[in-house]
Design a protein around this ligand. Structure first.
Ligand code: URP
Ligand code: ZN
Ligand code: ZN
Ligand code: ZN
Length: 464
């Protein structure tokens, strides 16, 4: 049975255009845009978007639903996390499946499919965390690419857990130069950081703020530099995740000036929060423990500038929530035992819209860094990330004038605090369609677990 929806009278914003147009949705896809407004279209459902923005659903390419980490696991399941994502105007997530040491990529991927299948409110895809580079896993990378898992995260941090040494990194990069995969790097010198952690603890420096102090900006920059040069030697593209330090941005900018296929993302926590939060008393700082860490406030300006100059291309959330009670508290008396990660999948589109309101980025750049480029970077475009005929009808009706106050009292993420508690922002999601199906209607949840499907990806569409 065919179904037709018309979205009337809104301002359609994509990465490239802003037009007053009506949007026709047919059978889950965008069928046509009409300007001036097409009075003649008939439809089963008419959405009035007068005074609202009509934007592509957000594409969050960095989430960790249910991630086992730090002796516990991330508190959002695929069900609760994708529902919260929809509330925040995100209609696609790319989550990280994990290969644990001693296991195959296949085992890791199967496990993540089992967690997600039938539970998601919105569409999802996977990257693969490669923790154990050997002849077999290198071959498996080729197979995963054929199944639409086309990007692979490696860690220069967390020795003994996810860590890869330079030789393992180089080998995976060489493979990706051949098979078209994209290596995503957690760039921090984890070997050096672990020495500084032990020294800090030995001095009795156990509070959350020391997490930020030992994970030095220079050690992010050094690892970023090393990752870039290893990728250059391998002839492979590189995407650096959760960039937080001025010095790391400088490494990326320099490599890009050299013409290398080097890309970077940052996350709202690095743009809006700082080391001041880590220093909050009474162990409250634990709420802000993630890696790379929140930096002193001065770093924010470099990140905003890089977003404007395209030295950073993507803003994702690195959504990896742990409750304060019972989870963050595992690290009382030893900051190194605080599970690393922040909630944010619901907040990203609104925080970046606030950056538009504040004049930090133009409206179309908001859509570019939150929807279009993440889709391109990870092979989902133009199915996801834009509003154009043929694209999936993943559409958000956004009220740019509504005021809201972010709070754990009102958010939908399964976590007992908000990293942005009390923050006032202008702009709010009103209605969300996922492949034409209403998931949020006038701020009522109408979606269902199992609507969202696994979405295979092509290889990176963003190369120079
Ligand atoms: O602290 C963080 N970022 N936790 C999630 C895992 C990672 O490194 O991305
Ligand atoms: Zn009209
Ligand atoms: Zn990471
Ligand atoms: Zn992450």
């Amino acid at each position: 049975m065919s179904s037709r929806t018309v979205i009337r009278h809104g301002l359609v914003i994509t990465a490239s255009d802003e037009i007053h147009a009506d949007v026709l949705v047919e059978d889950g896809r965008i069928a046509a845009l009409a300007t001036p407004h097409a009075q003649s279209w008939t439809a089963d459902r008419v959405i009035d978007a007068t005074g609202k923005y009509v934007i592509p659903g957000g594409v969050d390419v960095h989430t960790h639903m249910e991630l086992p980490f730090g002796g516990t696991h991330a508190s959002d399941t695929f069900e609760t996390g994708t529902r919260a994502a929809a509330w925040g105007g995100t209609t696609t997530i790319v989550d990280f499946a994990v290969q644990s040491v001693g296991h195959t990529l296949r085992e890791g991927l199967d496990a993540w499919h089992a967690k997600a299948e039938g539970n998601c409110a919105i569409d999802y895809a996977f990257h693969m965390i490669v923790s154990d580079v050997n002849d077999e896993t290198l071959k498996e990378m080729d197979l995963l690419i054929e199944e639409g898992v086309t990007s692979f995260k490696q860690f220069m941090a967390y020795p003994g857990v996810f860590y890869s040494d330079d030789g393992q990194i180089l080998r995976a990069m060489q493979r990706s130069a051949e098979n078209g995969g994209l290596i995503m790097m957690h760039a921090e010198n984890g070997i050096a950081i672990d020495v500084l952690v032990q020294q800090a603890l030995a001095r009795g420096e156990t509070d959350p703020r020391h997490h930020g102090e030992v994970r030095k900006a220079l050690l992010e920059a050094e690892a970023t530099h090393r990752a870039i040069r290893l990728a250059q030697v391998a002839g492979a593209p590189l995407y650096v995740v959760h960039v937080s330090a001025t010095e790391a941005v400088a490494e990326l900018a320099r490599a890009r000036d050299e013409g290398l296929n080097v890309f970077g993302e940052t996350c709202p926590q690095y743009l809006f929060l700082s080391a001041d939060n880590l220093a909050e008393p009474d162990f409250e700082g634990a709420k802000y423990v993630c890696s790379t860490p929140l930096r002193p406030r001065e770093h924010q300006a470099s990140l905003w500038r890089a977003l404007r100059t395209n030295d950073l291309q993507v803003v994702s959330t690195d959504h990896c929530p742990f409750c304060f009670t019972g989870q963050k508290e595992l690290g009382r008396g030893d900051f190194s035992k605080i599970p690393n990660g922040l909630p944010g999948v619901e907040n990203r589109m609104d925080l970046l819209h606030q950056a538009v309101v504040d004049g930090r980025i133009p409206r179309r750049r908001w859509i570019e860094i939150a929807c279009a480029t993440p889709a391109r970077m990870f092979g989902l475009y133009p199915k996801k990330g834009t509003i154009a005929p043929g694209a999936d009808a993943d559409i958000v009706i956004y009220d740019p004038h509504a005021e809201q106050v972010m709070s754990a009292e009102t958010h939908h993420m399964n976590v007992d605090y908000s990293a942005y508690e009390g923050k006032r922002v202008t702009g709010r999601v009103e209605t969300v369609l996922s492949r034409g199906e209403p998931v949020i209607v006038q701020r009522e949840y109408t979606g269902r677990a199992g609507h969202g499907v696994f979405t295979p990806r092509s290889t990176c569409q963003y190369l120079n």
